[in-house]
Design a protein around this ligand. Structure first.
Ligand code: DQA
Length: 140
């Protein structure tokens, strides 16, 4: 069975109540339940942290053994050289995921330290971006 992990960064623990006009009103746990039942032949682990170093630790921990990583580093996408370096350092393919279309938003969201070292980027499809990212990892 393929082993994937979703790694979510800061404030994504608030999905469902955080700016629902941008991020929707579903909690991530509810969405994840549906995702796991859709992809029954894939193990989908989940990790969320608001702390940059914890995200780096998790990338290092899974980044040489898992089959794929879905990384939504949230605001750290636009600021963190450390997370970008971690993505470069590991061998597991990383798909960068965003719920919103960051290019349709403020200029500071157009910069990503993850994209240069990601396998690919999926953004703008709401929570369905994670579903599409799993599909993209399955065709690698
Ligand atoms: C986000 C986009 C980021 O710019 C923002 O800081 C987030 C969420 C998204 O999934 O759309 O927290 O990564």
């Amino acid at each position: 069975m393929k082993q994937f992990i979703i790694i979510n960064g800061p404030n994504l623990n608030l999905l469902g109540k955080r700016e629902p006009e941008i991020y929707g009103s579903e909690t991530f746990n509810d969405y994840l339940e549906g995702l796991r039942s859709k992809f029954k032949n894939v193990q989908i682990d989940y990790f969320q942290s608001n702390i940059e170093g914890e995200l780096i630790n998790k990338l290092q921990e899974v980044g040489f053994s898992y089959d794929g990583i879905l990384l939504n580093a949230a605001a750290y996408t636009h600021t963190s050289i450390g997370i970008g370096d971690a993505v470069k350092a590991i061998s597991t393919p990383v798909v960068e995921v965003h719920i919103s279309n960051t290019f349709a938003r403020e200029d500071f969201r157009h910069q990503s330290y993850i994209s240069p070292n990601a396998k690919g980027v999926i953004l703008g499809f709401g929570l369905k971006s994670y579903d599409l990212a799993i599909q993209s990892l399955l065709i690698l």
